[in-house]
Design a protein around this ligand. Structure first.
Ligand SMILES: [Zn+2]
Length: 233
């Protein structure tokens, strides 16, 4: 194990075993520190390794190098079901080729820019960026909203000219993503906001959005104390 690189990578529960690098790419061979994992079928803990299975996962860049993690997503055999299963890793989704934190970083960039630009700047395809934004949407749970006062509601065009949008909800004091709606529908936005506590909804002072009058009246209804403003760009 490479202790220094493990510290630099700073992914909890992950050990760097080996490093390979080219001029532009750093490949880190990593594994989880967990000795055992839980069978998704029956919930029984298993420590019987069935096979090692490696695949490449894109992570945040280091310096001017792209970072790829060569992740060992081990297969275990459940002693109860007698069937093999892949371990669940806390830093990358199943069958995903990017880490959660990389997808979060890309999504933050999209909030400040647009999908096409972000794809270009990060040498990704529009589809890859789209899939990262959607994945991050699934990860937004149990976010601390106790200080939320200024809410931004913003539309992101997924594919130009095709009318595919997602709606992001952002805490404007720190520009953190706090909600994501995969469809541009009032009912969907309402569902996300109604999942917040009454206290949070009442403390929202300002909602910044660039949408139709109908959307505005919806927001006024949900956040009784908020003024609705148009973003300054
Ligand atoms: Zn099982």
């Amino acid at each position: 194990m490479n202790k220094l690189m493990t510290r630099i990578l700073n992914l909890p529960g992950v050990i760097v075993e080996e490093i390979q690098s080219t001029e532009n790419i750093l490949i880190l061979f990593v594994k989880s520190t967990n000795k055992r994992t839980v069978c998704p079928r029956c919930g029984q803990t298993s420590h019987r390794l069935h096979q090692n299975k490696r695949h490449l996962v894109k992570d945040l860049p280091l310096g001017n190098r792209e970072v790829l993690l060569y992740v060992n997503r081990r297969r275990f055999k459940c002693q109860n079901c007698l069937k093999p299963f892949s371990e669940t890793l806390n830093f990358v989704g199943n069958k995903k080729n990017f880490t959660h934190r990389y997808a979060k970083d890309i999504t933050q960039q999209v909030i400040h820019s647009d999908i096409k630009n972000v794809a270009h700047q990060n040498k990704l395809t529009v589809e890859e960026v789209e899939s990262m934004v959607k994945e991050v949407g699934k990860l937004i749970i149990n976010i601390d909203l106790s200080n939320l006062q200024k809410l931004g509601i913003d539309e992101i065009s997924l594919v130009k000219g095709q009318g595919k949008f997602i709606v992001v909800l952002v805490d404007l004091s720190n520009h953190k993503l706090i909600g994501l709606v995969s469809e541009r529908k009032q009912a969907e936005i309402e569902k996300v906001m109604k999942s917040w506590s009454e206290k949070v909804l009442e403390q929202i002072e300002e909602v910044s959005m660039d949408m139709t009058g109908n959307d505005k009246s919806l927001v006024k209804k949900i956040c009784p104390n908020a003024i609705v403003v148009t973003p300054s760009g």
